[in-house]
Design a protein around this ligand. Structure first.
Ligand SMILES: [Zn+2]
Length: 470
């Protein structure tokens, strides 16, 4: 499945927008901001430009404009589980059984269709870059496709067709888990589709994906790597994954301590917590991102913060799967940047993810205001893009990738928002439904709430989901 070279975000000419209000990255909200882009990058950003001084042909952005949002942790096919897994009680582990049923049904063409529709939903929610934590590599029973990277290529193509940038986090997944006593478990029939057999063969497959020496797959797509978790990759097999990240300067992600049972099995198997196992394998550091980090010891937090390892919180998924509330405040204080992901796609709404970081902290601590709106917006923008290997995205500054997300302030939820606290209004009361326009790499992807590349996103989702749920 070839990747279309000219597809994906990007625009060749010079474009201008005049934002009624704009949050300029780490700065405050400014009014009358004239934003100019040349090709895929911002060229100038000028606040306080009155409407009469705006050059002809400039696009008007009414509401609050933010940098593009980064969804730093996605499993596109989990979108199929929305709602249906809420009928009746269960645990993370019973939800996982349902997820495996869907995984067992996917093929490259249905994966492309589902991922394109899910990414289009993300674009409507203001996401301009997705980190796809990809482990559904092979056909039924684990037999490789003719092109062993066909499933990964389908995801890259899906992102291009939905107008997003993508970091394809090619995930090493080798064992079926750890029994409570720490014994490695064999792969289940569905899990065989996830495994390359060993890490050397994982590396061989990844080499055939065709990333250049900078890890790039296309101007809008880069490769990163992932260790699925300590449950799925024995420490002795982690080295090729970590080595690939170091050689190409590519992002390295891993699921970490999402459930207490993972910690208990890891302690039984290796005599150490998952964070310590990953630290001793060399997997922590400023280029690494640990996803969830919900159940940590004080020492784990010191290891993660001290190494500047990014933490990708997925608060809606962590609530939907009854994972628990992670120590976000302590991790940030220890030195870890925080990013956000919609993970299982129980909902796709980065604003919801952002505010839940603070709301969870309030529920756990009995105090308000650990994370302000700017810190939460920074997690949804600059920190998210950086942990996906795009540090040049996520701020409205000259030289950055020209991504803009505009949120209307005249919706029922946000009407009456004051300019001085517009960011607080959006982060603490807004939703994905308030996003009205999205520009990715200088190119319009969403205008007036309509996706310009996938004309009917709900229909595309229904079409993709129906055969998987039949
Ligand atoms: Zn995940």
């Amino acid at each position: 499945m070839p990747v279309p070279a000219a597809a994906g975000p990007g625009h060749a000419g010079v474009r201008r927008w005049h934002a009624e209000l704009a949050w300029l990255g780490r700065g405050e909200v400014r009014s009358g901001v004239l934003i100019e882009a040349a090709g895929t990058l911002f060229r100038s950003v000028t606040p306080d430009v009155p409407p009469e001084a705006v050059p002809p042909g400039t696009g008007r952005l009414r509401g609050l404009t933010l940098p593009g949002l980064a969804n730093a942790h996605s499993h596109a096919f989990h979108r199929a589980l929305r709602g249906i897994t809420e009928a009746g009680p269960g645990t993370f582990w019973t939800w996982r059984e349902r997820m495996y049923q869907v995984a067992g049904r996917l093929a490259p063409d249905s994966y492309l269709e589902l991922a394109r529709a899910a990414y289009a939903e993300m674009a409507l929610a203001g996401v301009t870059c997705v980190g796809e934590f990809h482990y559904l590599h092979h056909g039924p029973g684990g037999s490789p496709y003719a092109d062993p990277n066909e499933m990964g290529r389908a995801l890259v193509q899906a992102a291009a067709e939905a107008g997003l940038r993508i970091t394809l986090l090619d995930t090493c997944y080798l064992t079926g888990g750890l029994a409570p006593d720490g014994t490695p478990e064999p792969l289940s029939p569905v899990q065989q589709r996830f495994s390359d057999g060993d890490a050397a063969r994982w590396a061989d497959r990844l080499a055939a994906l065709g990333a250049d020496e900078h890890g790039m797959l296309a101007p809008y797509a880069r490769a990163g790597v992932a260790v699925h978790s300590v449950r799925a990759v024995p420490p002795a097999q982690m080295h090729p994954v970590i080595d690939w990240s170091h050689r190409l300067g590519a992002p390295l992600h891993a699921h970490l301590s999402e459930q207490p049972a993972e910690n208990e099995a890891c302690l039984a198997a290796y005599g150490a917590t998952p964070a310590r196992v990953l630290d001793e394998a060399g997997a922590l550091g400023p280029r690494s991102t640990m996803v969830h980090a919900t159940h940590l010891t004080r020492h784990d937090i010191e290891l993660l913060g001290g190494s500047r390892t990014c933490i990708c919180l997925c608060p809606t998924t962590e609530a939907f799967l009854a994972d628990g509330i992670g120590p976000a405040g302590a991790l940030a204080a220890a030195g870890s940047p925080l990013a956000l992901g919609s993970d299982s796609h129980a909902v796709i709404d980065l604003v919801d993810e952002a505010r839940r970081v603070e709301l969870d902290e309030r529920l756990a601590s009995g105090r308000r205001g650990r994370f302000g709106a700017a810190a939460l917006a920074g997690a949804a923008t600059a920190a998210g893009h950086a942990c996906l290997g795009w540090p040049e995205a996520g701020e409205i500054v000259p030289g950055a990738l020209a991504d803009l997300v505009t949120v209307r302030l005249d919706t029922p939820r946000l009407a009456g928002a004051a300019a001085a606290t517009a960011l607080e209004s959006v982060i603490f009361a807004g939703t994905a439904a308030d996003v009205t326009s999205v520009v990715a790499g200088g190119r319009d992807v969403v205008r007036d709430g309509q996706h310009l590349l996938v004309p009917d996103v709900p229909a595309a989702l229904s079409r993709a989901l129906r055969p998987l749920l039949a």
